[in-house]
Design a protein around this ligand. Structure first.
Ligand SMILES: *Cc1c(COP(=O)(O)O)cnc(C)c1O
Length: 472
């Protein structure tokens, strides 16, 4: 595309493609993308072995010469598209993975064309402004304090990291210690509590922050993975409690209100990992699960899960915006700070970054309060349908289906594992394996805007067929 021609001396001049060639190339990409999306509902969810063999088409030497962009896109589509997992389709139930709302994908294309380095307000006022609007809407929708600081990051892992960095700053500042300046060498001891079923990304974040992956105290949990308040320890001194809204296996919520009462009485900071569970606050029929969440000090969530925006997109919210800013902001003469404007990079680990908040804004704008409530409630109702039908077919549901997660066992561990593999190969749908409190289970997560009742029924039929066919 950017063919270079030799001019005088050794300097080459890029030949800028004429608008018509650029349009042709981008229209070709859009057409290929739409053909791909069109085929999703009826293709096998997992790529088949011949599609994976086809990846060999990429195993070429680095091209020496500039080529034709159309050939590049053709190869990407012809060899890459069939080798993709149909995560954007209606019957992918693995991990907790939403699809992409068409409007969010469209916004992503447009923002990609803008190509804004969205670190600083002065450099990219448009995307900085749009992200600020989205942040305000999110706080309202998720019923969090309106003055929270926020960060648009890559996912809940980094959102946990940002929020816990703010927590680390605040609890040590209260003890008279400046952790950003002095590090943790000689710092007062920070006590960290996590639930025994917290997400591994919390441990990872604590490790990166020098708080230790394993020096934490683990609070025992009940059968659904909720922290047991009767086992909640006494805490004192600089302390951080990591609670969870939406266990990745069961969907269960820690009693965050009670945790906040106990922790705040001891001066501790409460962080909530609500990667998908935080969205319960946006759905009237699920909002009871989120009661008390607003009392915490920081929250992490994903937009690429339940808000169904393209990867990658996570969100950190911190009640005391200045704590997040103290942990994340950098200063340099060439990086202008704005008095009255929000510089996105004051709140994120990155300086340069894509304007992922534009897609979040687009999803919120297009769905509105009712559309988001409907998305969450529909997914929860479809999860219950999965559980009821699989239970009626004689299989054991291991969790209370309070949200969008279903754990199902097909007998002992070996048989359950065989059925899961069989379902993945059969291709109607895709769900993964987990071990929940000693039991091997299929983990079904309903998180996509695209999933319908008939997708669930087709998937249940396929799962039951595979499970009944396993006679060992
Ligand atoms: C998915 C998830 C995470 C990690 O989110 P990423 O977006 O993959 O970084 C953290 N916590 C919980 C509870 C999750 O479900």
């Amino acid at each position: 595309m950017l063919a270079r021609k030799r001019s005088g001396g050794n300097i080459t001049t890029p030949t800028i493609p004429e608008l018509s060639r650029m349009k042709k190339l981008l229209t070709d990409a859009a057409n290929r993308a739409m053909r791909y999306l069109d085929g999703l509902p009826e293709r096998p969810v997992a790529p088949n072995p011949s599609a994976l063999d086809g990846l060999a088409a990429f195993d070429t030497p680095l091209p020496q010469h500039a080529g034709d962009g159309e050939a590049t896109l053709r190869l990407l589509d012809e060899a890459g598209s069939p080798a993709s997992m149909a995560m954007a389709g209606p019957r992918f139930f693995g991990f907790v993975i939403g699809g992409s709302l068409p409007v969010a994908l469209g916004a992503s294309w447009l923002a990609g064309a803008w190509d804004q380095n969205s670190a600083l307000y002065r450099a990219t006022p448009g995307t900085a402004h749009i992200e600020q609007v989205a942040l305000g809407w999110l706080l309202e929708l998720l019923r969090l304090p309106p003055a929270c600081g926020g960060a648009f990051v890559t996912g809940a892992t980094v959102a946990n990291l940002c929020a816990l960095a703010a927590a680390r700053h605040a609890v040590l500042a209260r003890a008279g210690w400046n952790v950003e300046a002095e590090g943790l060498f000689g710092a007062p001891t920070v006590t960290v509590l996590v639930g025994a079923e917290s997400h591994p990304s919390v441990a990872k974040s604590l490790g990166i922050l020098g708080l230790g992956r394993s020096r934490v105290a683990k609070v025992p949990v009940d059968r659904q993975g909720r922290m047991r308040m009767d086992a909640f320890p006494q805490i004192s001194g600089p302390s951080i409690v990591c609670a969870q809204a939406g266990n990745v296996n069961t969907g269960a919520f820690d009693p965050v209100g009670e945790i906040c009462t106990r922790a705040h009485a001891a001066g501790a900071w409460v962080h909530v990992d609500g990667a998908f569970g935080l969205w319960a606050a946006a759905a009237p029929s699920r909002a009871h699960l989120a009661a008390g969440l607003e009392q915490a000090d920081s929250w992490a969530t994903d937009a690429h899960k339940w808000l169904n925006v393209p990867y990658d997109s996570g969100l950190a919210f911190v009640r005391d915006a200045s704590a997040l800013q103290a942990a994340m902001a950098i200063t340099a003469e060439y990086l202008p700070t704005e008095g009255e404007h929000r510089n996105p990079s004051d709140f994120t680990p990155e300086l340069s970054r894509r304007a992922r908040g534009v897609e979040v804004w687009a999803a919120l704008h297009a769905l509105g309060r009712e559309g988001i409530a409907d998305l969450v409630e529909r997914n929860c109702a479809l999860a219950r349908r999965f559980a009821e039908k699989l239970s009626a077919a004689g299989f054991e549901i291991l969790n209370e289906v309070v949200l969008n997660q279903v754990l199902v066992a097909f007998g002992d561990a070996a048989r359950t594992a065989r059925v899961i593999e069989g379902v993945q190969i059969e291709g109607t749908c895709w769900a993964g394996i987990t071990v929940w409190q000693g039991r091997t289970a299929m983990r079904i997560s309903v998180s996509s805007w695209a999933t319908t009742v008939s997708d669930v029924d087709r998937s249940v039929d396929a799962i039951v067929r595979v499970a009944r066919g396993d006679s060992r």
